[in-house]
Design a protein around this ligand. Structure first.
Ligand code: WTA
Length: 639
């Protein structure tokens, strides 16, 4: 079997049927889906689970290799179809078309490079690369030999890389010398060299030469990608993996400064991403699908690489940014490749909507069939702008709610099948059982009435992350202890009388800025590391394009140190420790922070101050120091 259109649900009646089936008998439902794929040997138990422990196992005893499902199985029917179309940052550089056969050979060969460098099944491999096809080759090569990839977004700082490498004790680092993002040159190798001073587990660094710029290399440790390829053949037998063997680790923000490495496993992740991709985007044989996310995030893992390749679809990878060389770029790409499904983020939509509409009007976007949104709630104006100007009212918008932890899309319309509604992610995919919880921690049963509450999930789906790398206790505490027996999402949601969900936002310490999840604790830690800073608190405030932006309240040891220069130093410090995406936009020096008697910072109040909504501060009687609130308000930074 090659192109899997037959995995697709084709009508709303069938969606309802599939949904009911998946609830009544999940084992039977997922057996049927999993049978579409290549297994080296079949599983003997479809599902074992206990959210109290917590433990989840899918397709136990089954053996497979995910790359055989993403590559080998397409070789017979569509070897010459483009697997990847790559659009470089610079529109004058040539794009690349890589067929399924070519990608297969590249992956096999690089798998041999990894083996040749001593990498074995179960070893961790850190990948820190720009959006180039070699990033996909590297990740699939890991999967080919059973090594666990840990991709670090190329916008992260050297400290962030080092902490991720050390957390998973990665043996090898794969990177590029440098690349251009818009007009900016990013010295990836130099950033790695900084990180490598504190990463004792790394034995080898493989460097892809993306540009002709000089590359500092360390004798004995650093090797060029191209040189390594010369040493190995292109044949590689895929490693036999257990369905529950880890496929990758991907870090996400949490409530402490330590990165939280979500572990995804092989069988369930393949089935979950492939099934959801097919059904949400409804691709057909000759479609050209483009997801504008970065592979450094879960969206790129699941819906640039694994989902589309498992489906045998052509997936577009874009190295650059929407504003370079100008704001025509996205529309140019859609026109150039005749993109059929375009999956992007609300922050990008808002940024593009602010530009002159002539950018859009100059381009023929008639190839588009489906539009997608992910990463944060999409506001009504952005939804309509996307629908009217890009979809021309003809393309269903799939507003897909999911998370790094869920691995695959959870709540979303199926394109052309589920009725869409602005700002609503609508209905759960088959196999997904959402539940809203009220303030007493009880489930609000669905009885055709509107409701609002905390979003949880009642039962496992195939692509759920199985643990936090090296810290199962943290996995349990973060996701399974707030509501006994349920998966806690960290989001709140509204449900209408027909059962459609609208995600209203995070209820924990995560702030989403331009679609990036940022934990308040790691940023506060970074600020507090500055020698002049005693304490700090970070909150989000509404921002027209980014959705949310960061506001830092900072206490200095000596108030007289307060200055604009110090604010810049603090921003730089955050960029160095975490990455430029985490820089606070506003910094206010304060003498104290509002705290409860038990010493907890009252972020609720700080959030209101940052958003200039101070007429209704709610109950502040529990504050230890309520007089501070007025002082902070008086000096709050306004627009
Ligand atoms: C938010 C991204 C509203 C949500 C795939 C979630 C959304 C967090 C949507 C996960 C959506 C994602 N509507 N909110 N369609 N999609 N979110 O781990 O708060 O980077 O918990 O995964 O993004 O972000 P993550």
């Amino acid at each position: 079997m090659s192109f899997d259109e037959n995995l697709q649900i084709k009508s709303f009646v069938n969606y309802k049927k599939a949904y009911q089936e998946s609830l009544k008998n999940p084992e039977k439902f997922w057996d049927k889906v999993a049978n579409h794929f290549i297994w080296k040997s079949k599983w003997n138990k479809t599902l074992t689970w206990d959210f109290k422990k917590p433990e989840v196992k899918w397709f136990e005893g089954g053996k497979l290799n995910i790359t055989e499902n993403c590559l080998d199985r397409h070789l017979e029917k569509q070897p010459n179809k483009d697997a990847i179309i790559w659009e470089p940052n610079d529109p004058n550089e040539e794009s690349r078309h890589i067929t399924y056969k070519q990608l297969y050979l590249k992956v096999c060969q690089f798998a041999n490079v990894l083996k040749n460098n001593g990498i074995k099944k179960g070893d961790r491999v850190c990948i820190y690369m720009p959006m180039i096809p070699e990033l996909t080759v590297a990740m699939l090569a890991c999967a080919r030999i059973g090594a666990i990839h840990s991709i670090v977004f190329a916008g992260f700082s050297s400290e962030a890389i080092a902490s991720r490498i050390n957390d998973a004790t990665c043996k090898i680092l794969i990177t590029a010398n440098n690349y251009y993002r818009g007009r900016k040159s990013v010295e990836l190798k130099a950033i790695c060299d900084q990180a490598l001073k504190n990463t004792p587990s790394i034995e080898t660094v493989i460097v892809y030469r993306r540009t002709v710029n000089p590359t500092p290399m360390k004798e004995g440790r650093d090797k060029f990608w191209f040189d390594e390829l010369q040493k190995v053949p292109t044949q590689n037998e895929a490693e036999e993996m257990d369905s529950e063997d880890p496929l990758f680790i991907l870090y996400t923000s949490g409530s402490t400064g330590k990165p939280k490495g979500m572990v995804h496993t092989t069988g369930g992740y393949l089935i979950g991403t492939a099934f959801s991709f097919q059904n949400v985007f409804q691709p057909s044989k000759n479609d050209i699908y483009w997801c504008s996310a970065d592979i450094g995030w879960i969206t790129g893992h699941s819906y640039i690489v694994y989902g589309p390749l498992a489906a045998g679809v052509t997936t577009v990878m874009f190295e650059g940014v929407p504003s370079y060389p100008d704001y025509n770029r996205f529309w140019e790409i859609i026109e150039k490749y005749k993109i059929t499904q375009f999956y992007t983020a609300p922050t990008a939509i808002r940024a593009l909507a602010k530009q002159s509409i002539t950018h859009v009007e100059k381009h023929d976007l008639s190839s588009l069939k489906v539009l997608g949104s992910v990463g944060e709630p999409i506001n009504e104006e952005a939804w309509h702008w996307f629908n009217d100007n890009i979809g021309k009212g003809n393309c269903p918008i799939v507003d897909t709610w999911w998370q790094t932890e869920t691995g695959s899309i959870m709540i979303s319309p199926l394109a052309g099948i589920t009725a869409t509604r602005p700002t609503f992610a609508t209905l759960p995919l088959p196999g997904v059982q959402p539940a809203l919880m009220n303030e007493d921690g009880k489930e609000i049963e669905f009885n055709n009435q509107k409701a609002e509450g905390i979003l949880t999930i009642k039962a496992p789906w195939p692509a759920i992350a199985r643990t936090v790398w090296g810290d199962h206790e943290r996995y349990k505490n973060t996701y399974f202890s707030t509501y006994k027996g349920k998966y806690f999402t960290g989001d709140a949601a509204y449900r209408d009388a027909s059962g459609n969900y609208r995600i209203t936002g995070r209820v924990d310490d995560v702030i989403i800025v331009s679609g990036h999840n940022l934990g308040t604790a790691p940023i506060e830690n970074a600020i507090n590391e500055h020698e002049k800073v005693a304490e700090s608190a970070i909150v989000g405030f509404p921002h027209e394009v980014k959705g949310k932006s960061l506001y830092a309240f900072v206490i200095l040891y000596h108030e007289e140190d307060a200055s604009e220069e110090l604010k810049e130093e603090i921003k730089k410090q955050v960029a160095n420790v975490i990455g430029p995406i985490a820089k606070p936009e506003r910094i206010q020096f304060v003498p104290e922070l509002p705290k409860t008697r038990s010493g907890k910072i009252m972020r609720r109040i700080l959030r209101k101050i940052a958003a200039h909504k101070t007429d209704d501060l709610g109950d502040i009687s529990t504050l230890e120091n309520d007089d501070i609130v007025k002082k902070i308000i008086d000096k709050a930074i306004l627009d």
